[in-house]
Design a protein around this ligand. Sequence first.
Ligand code: MF3
Ligand code: CO
Ligand code: CO
Length: 262
Amino acid sequence: MVARVETEDDIAHMRAAGQLAAGVLEMIGEHVTVGATTEELNALCHDYIVNSIDCVPAPLNYSNGPGQVPFPKSICTSVNHVVCHGIPSPKKALKSGDILNIDVTVIKNGFHGDTSKMFCVGKPSVLADRLVRITQECLYRGIQAVRAGATLGDIGYAIQSHAEAHHFSVVREFCGHGIGRVFHDEPQVVHYGRPNSGMRLEEGMTFTIEPMINAGKRHVKMLPDRWTVVTKDHKLSAQWEHTIMVTASGADVLTQRAEESF
Ligand code: MF3
Ligand code: CO
Ligand code: CO
């Protein structure tokens, strides 16, 4: 079933979950420093999510299906050539020049808010800085393509055309997703496509847009831990994510941060 809000109450709950998730990213920013480990960032987020905002961290023990390994931490931390689903570790200390995605999903009153952003540690290279910026623009262009009556293909096209115009590539194996009471619901929101193709968007649909954009080729591989996804060519990858709700005239960005305006 496609995720959608049915009542004003659902909308209020989705907005609340989205804003709480956004607040975690706002809280953690000042802790992303040279020498910090990704496990320290996980511990800070876990404590904040559980004790300060009284939410459940959706990734903790999350599993994609029967027989899958449960995710062992409360956030995903994906550094440099890690595309997504990086597992926080006390062995992973951040160095100057690293780029890091922190992906936060919280559950409040049964509703999910899912959002991620890139952080630059110390001084990023010119390439890293450009990849991070263009990937954020890809997310924003995808969001701008949303309105009732548009299609999923319009979103994918907006993202893919911008990434490829800058000689970057779009990861195909992972996509955005319907979200609500269920973490990963229908529809699949792929980050490539053709205008006026695929599912037509309707008012009240709730889904994420979360483009993963690579500096090199699009191909990825899974590490033996069964979660960490890396670029095959070990070049940099970046990702930004928002949870949105489709409206008659556009998108309501439920996970908007104070630094953003739509
Ligand atoms: N937050 C990720 C997403 O955007 C999913 C993480 S699942 C986990 O869909 F188990 F790896 F945490
Ligand atoms: Co998501
Ligand atoms: Co996410």
